[in-house]
Design a protein around this ligand. Structure first.
Ligand code: ZN
Length: 728
């Protein structure tokens, strides 16, 4: 890599890498390295294109193909599949279609209908959907185009005197177009600007971002970087230092104070914003975020909201800023202020909707804020899942940088309210939302599985994750917990969004160690869950212990105590600690405790275990009363799941096989031996089939879910049908 003049963006172009790639892969490469720097563009924001000569599969002739980043996806992580491909000649012919319309221009019917027309121009059956930004690339007569959302360029684009600033910063190299919702007309507007001034290398797009072009891809990349560098350098020169945002009004809490407050606050806050839809939280605390939130100007600037439409769609028209003195005011006063702030926020949102709506506008969406700013504490973002709440936190923190920069060189201004509405309630956007598959049973839920490191717990963690849950894999063994969480992350991915402080930067699954015989350990686990996701929904306890008696049938006192500590006191302590979070949240949820068919069958040889499980059965009934109406409490009573069970270690399996005279060979694997025992046990049941981990996980999931919303205080056996274990 050659030494380069960039200090405010990362220069990552490597000829050796690029030169090995074909033209489409070079575009993918350019996109990935542009997307990897938050100062260049935000997660999911911006798009890139190349016009590439390719062989037409229909005629065998060489044609010009527009490869352009399609709808959805993210530049940093894009692969070739994220790019749409369009025949250039067919795409350009769409201008005639557009021009034939009687009424045309921004936000007209013809403009919206152009998005569907792009499909007619698809090259080589590429299924990637074209985005609304396609004409910005297709109509510009250069081979390569980058459209980015760089902090420094948006700062200029969101300033009161943006046109003058554009001229001053770029000295005529880059032109300016006023804010206009992206679409076919904006492409034409840009073309006209270029026609009027053929020397332009790019345009600042009012309230939005930057677009620039070149006939060589590396040159286009370097131009993008140099324009951003230039703008950032200009802003840096005007930095206000300590006077940024009008100076500091409040001081930050230290990390311990902050976490202590967050642990108290987050479940209450989650309950407050989740009355309509449940949300998952992300806490984002950086020096820059704190400098903004603690500042004199924060209330004024927060009210203006974000500018770039990409930022705005996630952060809503504005955040909720709470004027609270972290050094002087109490937690109670913070909660009161949040409560009052939310009432005001929702009513402001409803007024905004009423003032801006059209007869055919979609119905008003959830009026709760997605970003909450608390002095001394930080930024709390809410989203329908962890990935989205991380993106929301990222976008507002980028908006803070935009405001800092804009206020350094001019005065920051937001998107006009009507324009914001026309993006938020755009019928195309609504159609996109309607096309999304319905949310899964455990979407927006945080499910804690205790015992997730093995057996029924691991199977349950996988089962609820498949239903869209955020899964806390808790286990006595951190290593086992981590293994399950890693398996889940491998299947479901980390999602997008670059934000979240400490444990709050997690994905949709985390591993935590917990010893359910110790209250402090349980409390520490729930504290971590709250910091990671903002609250707790369902808790499923599969952890249990079976201590076999010695050869004389004797169970030592300490083993008796351990059995009760894990199987009875453990679930009680978990319920008692979870109760604090549940009550703070005030959201309906459920607790499932795993007991055993043994609880109902008196027999020899498992004295401590059987009586402890009988006690757990009654604990379920008492908890169902105690925790009503907020939490349903039910029991899952498995019997003899031998498959993959840590309760059936090899020596126990062998001793059982010997006891029942089942032939086996010492050389056989534990799982094969377990299966022999399972088949034997199955013969003693009414359904005659081995009971699997999946059978148990299914019931743990069902009891937790709303499918059993009217059932509480019950114990459901999954034992294949053991008549002696029938509950009476
Ligand atoms: Zn854009």
């Amino acid at each position: 890599m050659k030494p380069q003049p960039f200090k405010r963006v990362n220069y990552l172009w490597d000829d050796e890498t690029a030169d090995q790639l074909d033209a489409v892969e070079r575009l993918r490469y350019r996109s990935n390295i542009l997307g990897s720097d938050q100062r260049i563009t935000n997660t999911g924001g911006g798009n890139t294109s190349s016009k590439i000569k390719m062989t037409d599969p229909l005629t065998g002739e060489e044609v010009d193909v527009l490869w352009v980043k399609g709808s959805g996806g993210d530049l940093r992580t894009s692969t070739k599949t994220n790019f749409a491909s369009l025949y250039m000649d067919k795409f350009l012919s769409l201008e005639n279609v557009y021009n034939k319309a009687e009424v045309k221009g921004v936000k007209t019917e013809i403009e919206d209908s152009m998005v569907d027309m792009y499909r007619h121009t698809t090259f080589n059956l590429n299924p990637a959907a074209s985005s609304i930004d396609t004409p910005l690339h297709g109509l510009i007569p250069f081979r390569h185009v980058d459209h980015m959302h760089p902090i420094s360029a948006i700062a200029i684009a969101a300033s009161k005197d943006q046109e003058r600033l554009t001229q001053e910063v770029f000295e005529g190299e880059v032109g300016w177009v006023p804010w206009q919702r992206p679409g076919f007309d904006l492409g034409l507007v840009m073309c006209n600007a270029l026609r009027a001034n053929p020397n332009l290398k790019g345009l600042v797009m009012g309230q939005h971002g930057l677009i620039n072009w070149a006939d060589d891809d590396k040159a286009c990349y370097e131009l993008t970087l140099s324009l951003i560098e230039k703008a950032a350098k200009y802003i840096e020169k005007h930095d206000k230092g300590e006077e940024t945002f009008g100076g500091q009004k409040y001081q930050s809490l230290n990390e311990d104070e902050r976490n202590e407050l967050l642990i108290q606050l987050l479940p209450k806050l989650r309950g407050m914003v989740s009355q309509k839809n449940r949300f998952i939280g992300t806490v984002h605390v950086t020096e820059s975020v704190l400098q903004f939130i603690n500042s004199m100007d924060a209330p004024r600037l927060a009210e203006i909201g974000t500018s770039c439409p990409d930022h705005f769609l996630r952060t809503k028209i504005k955040p909720l800023y709470v004027d609270w003195n972290p050094q002087k005011d109490s937690v109670e006063s913070l909660l009161e202020k949040l409560e009052a702030g939310l009432v005001k926020y929702r009513s402001d949102y409803a007024s905004y909707y009423e003032a801006c709506k059209y007869p055919n506008s979609p119905a008003m969406r959830d009026p709760n804020p997605t970003v909450i700013l608390i002095p001394g504490l930080g930024l709390i973002a809410w989203g329908k899942n962890k990935s989205e709440s991380r993106v929301t936190a990222e976008f507002y923190s980028l908006a803070i940088e935009v405001m800092r920069s804009s206020e350094a060189v001019s005065e920051y201004q937001g998107l006009p309210r009507q324009e914001a509405f026309d993006i938020e309630y755009w019928l195309l956007e609504e159609a996109k939302l309607k096309r999304m598959p319905p949310e899964k049973e455990f979407a927006r839920n945080i499910v804690v599985v205790i015992g997730a490191g093995s057996g029924i717990g691991k199977a349950t963690a996988h089962r609820v994750a498949a239903e869209g849950a955020h899964v806390v894999c808790a286990d006595l063994s951190m290593e086992a917990a981590r293994e399950t969480a890693d398996e889940l992350l491998k299947i479901y991915g980390m999602g997008i969004g670059v934000a979240g402080t400490g444990i709050s930067g997690c994905g949709s699954a985390i591993a935590l160690a917990v010893d359910i015989t110790k209250r402090e350990s349980i409390k520490a686990m729930f504290d971590d869950v709250v910091l990671a996701y903002g609250g707790v929904d369902n808790v499923i306890i599969t952890a249990g212990v079976f201590v076999p008696p010695d050869k004389q049938g004797y169970i030592p006192d300490d083993k008796w105590d351990l059995t009760y500590a894990v199987n009875v006191t453990g679930p009680y302590l978990v319920a008692d600690e979870a109760k604090k979070v549940w009550q703070a949240q005030g959201l309906r949820t459920s607790l499932v405790i795993t007991t055993s068919a043994n609880a109902a069958v008196a027999k020899q040889g498992s004295f401590a275990y059987d009586t402890s499980k009988a006690a757990a059965n009654h604990l379920i009934r008492e908890l169902a009363i105690e925790l009503s109406p907020l939490v349903r409490v039910n029991g899952l009573a498995p019997a003899t799941v031998v498959e993959g069970s840590s309760m059936f270690p090899r020596d126990r399996v062998i001793s059982s096989l010997t006891k029942y005279n089942i032939p086996f060979d010492e050389s056989e694997s534990t799982e094969v031996l377990r299966n022999k025992l399972a088949v034997f046990y199955a013969q003693r049941t009414l359904t005659k089939s081995p009971i699997t981990l999946a059978d148990q996980a299914e019931m743990a999931y069902l009891l937790s879910s709303n499918k059993f919303s009217k059932t509480t205080g019950q114990i459901i056996s999954v034992d294949g049908g053991l008549h002696e274990a029938f509950l009476r």
